[in-house]
Design a protein around this ligand. Structure first.
Ligand SMILES: *Cc1c(COP(=O)(O)O)cnc(C)c1O
Length: 498
């Protein structure tokens, strides 16, 4: 299996190269030359296997330059080394209305990002070796909160790597900030940026493409790579959990082979929902995909109008990991849905950069609407849904998942609930404790993040995850704050390559 750039189909690299590079030199994203298809017998064969075994078999279809042993080693290290709190890795909870929550947050940092970031370091270090370089990899990551911590946890003390994470100073929850500031490990660095997530992301992108910086790294035997969902090595583990969830629903008798179901995904960068779309192309019988947003509703508008327009106000919400105006992975969907029209993708994404928007033809918009719908919810509706789901089911959902539940219920009401609904549950509610506590009628009133954990526990009865409770005893190691334009100098200083 070779990988093309969405902006240049003539470019063809191995999966190891795609993962090692992270992003193509032309600014495009790596996409597989074809999408493997699974038969009913293939799904049948995945029954009874552990999550790690299922993952290894599915990775084999995409990462063809890895051996079976290598893939099994990677999945064992990621999913069977005790870093996930449940043996199944992912869990499915069912609400009274029959909708199902695919809980993806049982990993070490309590958000779904762990599903991919626990394995990416294993893929990446092997990919670097396969591509014949022995440079030190510097992972540079902009985060709206969850990616940063999950990447730090994944890359902590991995030989041959360093990781630097930038987050918006006031754009993450206090628990997310704590998780990052207390990160242990000799090869890690965390820094706040004055500005919002897009400022962080732009700062990081500018560093990636700065020729001076490239040279400085080169001279010092280093190379950059990315842990953001633009890296194919993050997307492919996300496809796995949708395939695996389908197999689990078959095992449990929730579905019969071939029965269709719908999927709702609370969305920011469009990575998670795109993984569900790939799973559908592979043969998972997904009837419809619902893209749920907060009031940063650029994707809802895009799905409804066919115009992607990032020129709008940025809003900080109670679901900060979805406070994003540039959803990078949409580029991959458009590439596939235009019949791999790289020239068209170049044109649209150049327009996005220069004019802040692009418009797709009606015919394509109609095809997208046949597969996706979008809707968005403000903080008040999000919190009301957390309260409603808690009082109806005793089930506590986080703010992002609640946006998904809102969208799923509206879609089911409009579509007559013809098919079962699976909602991606993306974070443990304790990560966003203050908002969740308020949503179920409690008050955080000046409580710090640890007191908030206890208050939420008392009110909800749900257990506090060990990984968050233990932060209290950990020292803050990182408190630097820089302006966006000071990021390059900061990176050089921290890497010691002045
Ligand atoms: C990252 C994140 C999202 C958004 O996922 P994308 O793949 O960026 O669309 C949603 N919820 C939570 C909790 C997240 O951490």
């Amino acid at each position: 299996m070779l990988y093309h750039s969405t902006r240049n189909k003539a470019l063809a690299v191995s999966s190891a190269e795609a993962i090692a590079q992270g992003i193509a030199a032309d600014g495009g994203l790596f996409v597989p030359e074809s999408i493997p298809e699974l038969t009913a017998a293939d799904f049948e064969a995945l029954k009874g296997l552990s999550y790690a075994e299922r993952a290894a078999r599915l990775f084999k279809l995409y990462l063809t330059d890895f051996t079976d042993e290598e893939l099994r080693e990677c999945t064992k290290n990621a999913y069977e080394s005790g870093s996930f709190e449940t043996a199944n890795v992912q869990e499915i909870a069912t609400l009274a209305d029959g909708s199902m929550l695919l809980e993806l947050w049982h990993g070490p940092t309590c958000a779904f990002k762990d599903m991919a970031l626990q394995i990416l370091p294993h893929f990446l270090t092997r990919s670097i070796k396969k591509t014949g370089t022995d440079k030190e990899v510097v992972i540079l990551t902009a985060t709206s909160g969850d990616t940063g911590k999950a990447a730090l946890a994944g890359f902590k003390d991995v030989p041959g790597t360093k990781i630097m994470v930038f987050y918006p100073e006031d754009g993450v929850s206090s628990m997310q900030k704590r998780q990052m500031q207390t990160q242990e490990g000799e090869n890690v660095c965390v820094c706040a940026v004055k500005g919002n997530f897009d400022d962080c992301q732009n700062g990081v992108k500018a560093i990636f493409t700065d020729p001076d910086m490239q040279k400085a790294l080169d001279d010092n035997g280093m190379q950059f790579s990315s842990a953001n969902s633009i890296n194919w090595g993050r997307l492919v583990p996300q496809i796995v959990y949708y395939v695996s969830a389908y197999v689990t629903m078959l095992e449990k008798g929730i579905l019969k082979a071939g029965d269709r179901f719908c999927v709702t995904v609370p969305t920011g960068n469009f990575g998670n929902i795109l993984a569900a779309w790939y799973a559908k192309q592979m043969g998972v019988p997904i009837h419809h995909l619902v893209c749920a947003s907060n009031i940063n509703n650029v994707l809802t508008d895009f799905i409804n109008t066919g115009v992607y327009d990032r020129s709008r106000d940025f809003h900080a919400t109670v679901s900060p990991s979805m406070d994003i105006l540039i959803s990078s992975n949409l580029e991959r969907l458009l590439y596939h849905m235009t019949g791999e029209n790289d020239a068209q993708i170049r044109e649209w994404f150049t327009a996005l950069k220069t004019d802040g928007k692009y418009a797709i033809p009606t015919e394509l918009k109609n095809r997208i609407q046949a597969e996706f719908s979008g809707s968005f919810y403000d903080d008040a509706k999000t919190k009301a849904m957390i309260g409603k789901v808690f009082s109806e089911n005793g089930y506590l959902s986080d703010t992002h998942t609640a946006v998904g539940i809102c969208a799923a219920r509206d879609y089911q009401a409009a579509a007559g609930a013809e098919y079962p609904m699976l909602i991606a549950s993306t974070a443990n509610p304790y990560k966003f404790g203050a908002a969740v506590l308020e949503a179920i009628g409690g008050k955080a009133d000046g409580a710090d993040e640890y007191e908030t954990l206890d208050l939420l526990r008392a009110k909800s009865g749900m257990e506090i995850p060990q990984a968050l409770a233990e932060l209290k005893t950990k020292a803050v190691r990182f408190s630097d704050v820089v302006a966006q334009d000071a990021m390059p100098a900061y990176v050089k200083e921290r890497l010691g390559i002045q």
